[in-house]
Design a protein around this ligand. Structure first.
Ligand code: ADP
Ligand code: MG
Length: 566
């Protein structure tokens, strides 16, 4: 292998030459404590920065195997290392100077959630790989390799030494990080055994600082479970922890406006992920198949059987294979429910703030005036019990303005000044005094979703496939924009990058005109399970900047992909 001496010599040689001469630096170089790999060199100083990876052998990195042997601890350690490394890198970025992106040094920026990312990978032998971007410096378009030498021979080695070697980290804090991961994993495993859909520990801080900051709100009212719902778990490290256990079944959250209903639901939505220490939601853990269900006007729907909810449309459209390029509130929410069933969710999370009213309820007066035969919609309220009884799917529903669900709910929580009260008994008594005419809902059959997906001939292995993401809003693939704004459980922009790669991979290798959509998603999940995100990246190197997604979000993405050929 070439060494850092070779790299330095090469860099000295190409100084002052035209920018393309940087291309010669591609390759791997042995440094003192690691191998530096220059994976991709940018075409000019204004283009996307160059991709570089650092490979620290297990022996040098020195992490005890106990910290990365099981995957939940490994992911937590990777996350810890990226955060440390990122801090070091931030203090060096643009310290080397030049035109365009010259001197930039960057690695993934992590939010409050702990996600597996390509930015850092700990292999089975303890080897640590970090993937980052560096803007190779130039003056105008002329190479300034003295500045790159500063980055690669001074800044980067400093960052690696300070943040990727066990010996230079605070071992107590590393240990605490692993213990939290273990405890979170434990709660997640316990939920189904205890018949719970979610757990919210007493003392949790649910609200966030602001609409643009995910950090915990200061001086928030700490969460405190109603006595009747309290569950105590014996965590392996933390010891006993008490909080609210949300039982499987139908849970209704009511309460006056501004009393914290949506805040609780939002915390449950993101409880499918683990949160970092200090977040306030460390011990808010939701069934990790949970899906937020909402209305989403304007989305496309492709051959989805929404006949459970919608039938006899005036335009005679077939609702067993419903298609539209511009869904209404109710049809979009119906499709979201059915697609969630296909994605294997066991818990649906619904907020009336983001629901189509006519999908959720039909009040008595309306039932009298407009009889069932002229109403294509069987509202969710008429199916919510069936979903649990027949499919084992729980619902946690925020409904502050309609009492109709009192009749259906197993558990009713009132949010009162940000604190939950168990009002099941009282509300049930009141509801009994207010019977609603109980017309039986029309019979339904299990939605059939055996949609075969074909490959788009526009995708070929050696073609350049254009891919671009816009924050958490959308992924563009070739000419098609996949709108993901309303897929609220996407927590990080890097997850959208992964979805882009997954769609590309699926088009090239998975969609074959034989597999159904769900078989295709299973195949994608199999590859992710076996090789991680690296498995779905085409090309000769694994890029940083991807974060793991759940099966549920892969479904959500493909279901919103207008170019999907069925
Ligand atoms: P609702 O859905 O009941 O109308 P929200 O959940 O939207 O209410 O909460 C209303 C406001 O109260 C939000 O600005 C939120 O940040 C704040 N809030 C929510 N929970 C708490 C809490 N535990 N402590 C302090 N403020 C909170
Ligand atoms: Mg609300």
């Amino acid at each position: 292998m070439k060494t850092h001496h070779d790299l330095r010599e090469l860099l000295n040689r190409i100084d002052h030459r035209g920018y393309p001469a940087y291309k010669d630096t591609r390759g791997s170089y042995q440094f003192d404590k690691y191998v530096l790999s220059i994976d991709h060199v940018q075409g000019d100083p204004f283009a996307a920065p160059s991709k570089v990876s650092v490979h620290v052998p297990g022996k040098t990195a020195g992490f005890p195997a106990d910290l990365f042997e099981v995957s939940h601890k490994r992911i937590a350690l990777q996350d810890y290392l990226i955060r440390k490394f990122s801090k070091e890198v931030e203090s060096c970025t643009f310290k080397a100077k030049g035109s365009g992106k010259s001197g930039l040094m960057s690695v993934s920026r992590c939010g409050q959630e702990i996600l597996e990312r390509t930015a850092c990978e700990i292999q089975t032998d303890g080897k640590v790989v970090v993937r980052m971007e560096i803007g190779f410096p130039a003056n105008g378009r002329t190479i300034n390799s003295r500045e790159l030498i500063k980055i690669l021979f001074e800044f980067l080695p400093g960052c690696v030494k300070k943040s990727l070697l066990y010996a230079s980290l605070d071992s107590k804090s590393v240990q605490k990080n692993a213990e939290l991961a273990e405890d979170q994993y434990f709660i997640r495993q316990e939920l189904p055994k205890l018949g719970l859909a979610a757990f919210v520990a007493n003392g949790s801080i649910l609200p966030r600082e602001s609409g643009v900051s995910d950090r915990p709100m200061r001086q928030a009212v700490a969460f405190q479970s109603p006595k009747s719902m309290e569950v105590t778990l014996q965590l392996p490290n933390h010891g006993p922890i008490t909080g609210m256990g949300v039982k499987q079944g139908i849970t209704l959250v009511v309460g006056g406006g501004y009393h914290g209903k949506s805040t609780l639901l939002k915390a449950l939505e993101l409880g499918v992920y683990n949160h970092i220490s200090g977040d306030g939601r460390e011990y808010v853990i939701t069934d990790d198949t949970a899906m937020k269900i909402r209305a989403e006007d304007g989305r496309s729907i492709k051959q989805v059987d929404i006949s459970m909810f919608i039938n006899n449309l005036p335009n005679k459209k077939d609702t067993r294979k419903f298609c539209t390029e511009d869904a209404s509130g109710s049809t979009s929410q119906a499709a979201n429910v059915v697609e969630a069933m296909e994605a294997g969710t066991k818990t649906m999370l619904i907020d009336e703030d983001t629901s189509a009213t006519n999908f959720m309820i039909r009040d008595e007066l309306m039932q009298r005036v407009v009889n069932r035969d002229s109403e294509p919609i069987t509202p969710f309220i008429d199916r919510v019990q069936e979903l649990f009884a027949q499919y084992g799917i729980s619902t946690i529903l925020v409904a502050g303005s309609s009492g109709s669900y009192f009749h259906k709910a197993d558990c009713i929580i009132q949010m009162d000044h940000y604190l939950p009260k168990d009002i099941t008994e009282f509300a049930k008594k009141e509801a009994d005094a207010f019977p609603i005419p109980n017309e039986p809902a029309p019979k339904s059959h299990a939605p059939s979703l055996d949609r075969i997906v074909k490959a788009d001939q526009g995708f070929r292995k050696n073609d350049r496939i254009k891919m671009k993401t816009q924050g958490k809003d959308s992924v563009l693939i070739n000419r098609d924009t996949i709108d993901l704004r309303y897929v609220e459980q996407l927590a990080d922009t890097e997850q959208l990058v992964s979805l882009g790669h997954l769609v590309k991979y699926a088009q090239l290798r998975v969609f074959d005109g034989k597999r159904t959509l769900s078989e295709a998603v299973e195949e994608l999940c199999r590859v992710l399970g076996k090789d991680g995100l690296a498995g779905v990246c085409e090309g000769s190197y694994v890029p940083g900047g991807l974060a793991m997604v759940r099966k549920q979000e892969i479904y959500a993405c493909l279901n919103r992909y207008r170019a999907l050929r069925l």
